[in-house]
Ligand binder design. Structure first.
Ligand code: SAH
Ligand code: SF4
Ligand code: F3S
Length: 469
């Protein structure tokens, strides 16, 4: 952590420049790095820190992996499929290493933390394994390995300043929106989840540090931040000062000029009325809440160790909609959790029918090492869980499309993020409720909020017309 001094952010940048001013290589051709990220938005954030640190060491980012001198792979372990993807990607890098023995291949993130040295043993062409908390020191660790020429696994706790080297003047991908991790780890032990094991216990960053980072982001043109944590609702626990997540939101709104603030994820058991009221009181706070429910059956919820009932979840949803009627709700669901009966699954279907989520991320249960559920013996047959998942996703698609279609004719405020993916001359942005809208407007509207009349709606996006004047 950096000390708080008069001149705050500036002093921090000076410090980081002192630290990082010694370039690693003195030849004329810049060394090139390539970063590939799997997994969640927290990994996206960590990858940004990695990019910043490598850029500060004099490396340049390259889109073509085959040209890179350093490849950093940020990994996810949340489900077996995610982990397998990492193994096959790492395997595919062998050829690049053979072609260029100087290439440094680094695996970071959750699989790196989970497997440590085992990953080095499995992939002889892998040079470094960097765990979820050591990633903040990637610059120094890489220098160490470049000098020693050996292979190493770094799983130590390097603190969570999250700002890494603090070199924020190097904005690798200046954009309108930016992720910002406000806390790491998780103290909940959901029976299926590997995250607490790979991300460690929950730790919050100090509000001053978060505000400082927002100031730096704003300086590089960012208009919207996405505050990240496995359970942002318990933000502040363990900090010297008494501050709740709602308190942090209020500070950010009063001390920054951000147009928009989003956050994820909220555990339903910790969703307080104080936080719900923020949606009504804080204008820049987007009217969208991701509130993972996981299941609609009390028996399953209890075996998952979620510590709320379906009834309590529905009560919170009602309260939230009473406080902020226009709020969009999204969620995560796991089907085929061990012991899930047809009746339990019907309870989940009933819950999604009752809530009518704007969007839902649903997964088949996957055994993860050292989690409690892995030891449960009543595993659900894969064919049955596949059928349940297809039914859930089919119904949810109808609900989501219906909700999007109901937007037609309304006027929504859209924060323009840049050109639309279709490259058809349109721009693309999001409504406060997190719906994607494409419409005709000059690229110079990027970073601005534009009033748009919705004309067409599809499952994943909408089309509209800018309201002029
Ligand atoms: N901290 C967040 C999300 C963490 S992981 C939260 O508590 O909601 C993101 C999602 O992956 C979870 O919400 C859950 O739906 C899913 N997930 C986690 N472990 C899983 C497993 N073993 N099998 C299937 N899905 C899982
Ligand atoms: Fe995993 Fe549960 Fe923590 Fe979310 S709250 S990260 S699902 S243990
Ligand atoms: Fe995956 Fe790790 Fe995120 S396991 S979901 S990258 S916290």
């Amino acid at each position: 952590m950096t000390e708080k001094s008069p001149g705050g952010a500036l002093r921090k940048r000076e410090l980081s420049q002192e630290k990082m001013s010694e370039p690693l290589f003195h030849s004329c051709a810049p060394r090139l790095f390539y970063v590939r990220t799997f997994g969640c938005q927290m990994n996206e954030y960590d990858s940004l820190q990695v990019r910043r640190q490598l850029a500060a060491l004099g490396y340049e980012s390259v889109d073509d992996m085959a040209r890179a001198d350093v490849i950093f792979l940020n990994t996810c372990s949340v489900r077996d499929k995610a982990e397998q993807k990492v193994h096959s990607f790492l395997g595919s890098l062998r050829k690049l290493k053979e072609a260029n023995p100087q290439l440094k291949i680094i695996a970071g993130g959750c699989v790196a933390q989970q497997l440590g040295k085992k990953l080095l043993a499995r992939f002889a062409h892998l040079d470094m394994v960097v765990g979820t908390r050591a990633v903040n020191s990637i610059g120094q660790l890489l220098q160490q390995v470049e000098k020693s020429g050996g292979r190493a696994a770094f799983l130590h706790d390097a603190g969570i300043t999250g700002t890494g080297s603090g070199c924020f003047e190097i904005a690798p991908q200046p954009g309108v929106t930016a992720p910002l991790t406000i806390m790491q780890g998780c103290n909940n032990h959901c029976a299926y989840c590997i995250v607490p094991a790979v991300r460690g216990a929950e730790r919050s960053r100090r509000p001053e540090e978060i505000l400082e980072e927002i100031e730096l982001l704003e300086g590089s043109g960012v208009k919207e931040v996405l505050l990240l944590g496995q359970n942002v609702n318990s933000y502040g626990a363990g900090l010297g000062e008494k501050i709740s997540f709602a308190g942090l939101l209020r500070r950010i709104v009063s001390e920054s000029g951000l147009l928009r603030i989003r956050f994820t994820t909220s555990h339903p058991k910790d969703l307080t009325e104080e936080l719900m009221l923020c949606f009504a009181e804080l204008a820049p706070l987007c009217k969208h809440l991701h509130l993972p429910v996981q299941a609609g059956s009390d028996r399953v919820l209890s075996r998952m160790n979620r510590r709320y009932s379906a009834g309590q979840y529905l009560e919170k949803v009602r309260e939230l909609r009473r406080i902020c009627p226009e709020i969009a709700l999204t969620s995560d669901v796991i089907v085929g959790f061990p012991g899930e009966t047809e009746e339990d699954f019907r309870d989940t279907m009933e819950l999604i029918e009752e809530v009518r989520f704007d969007n839902l991320f649903s997964f088949r249960y996957s055994d993860r090492p050292n989690t409690r559920a892995t030891a449960f013996e009543d595993k659900v047959d894969e064919k049955i869980s596949a059928r349940r998942l297809a039914e859930l996703q089919g119904r949810q698609a109808e609900i989501a499309l219906g909700k999007n279609l109901a937007e037609a004719g309304s006027i929504r405020e859209v924060l323009v993020e840049g050109p639309s993916k279709a490259s058809n001359g349109q721009v693309s942005g999001r409504t406060s409720q997190n719906r994607i809208v494409n419409f005709e407007a000059p690229l110079s509207s990027t970073g601005k909020i534009v009033a748009v009349k919705i004309t067409h709606a599809y499952l994943h996006s909408m089309v509209g017309e800018a309201i002029v004047g």
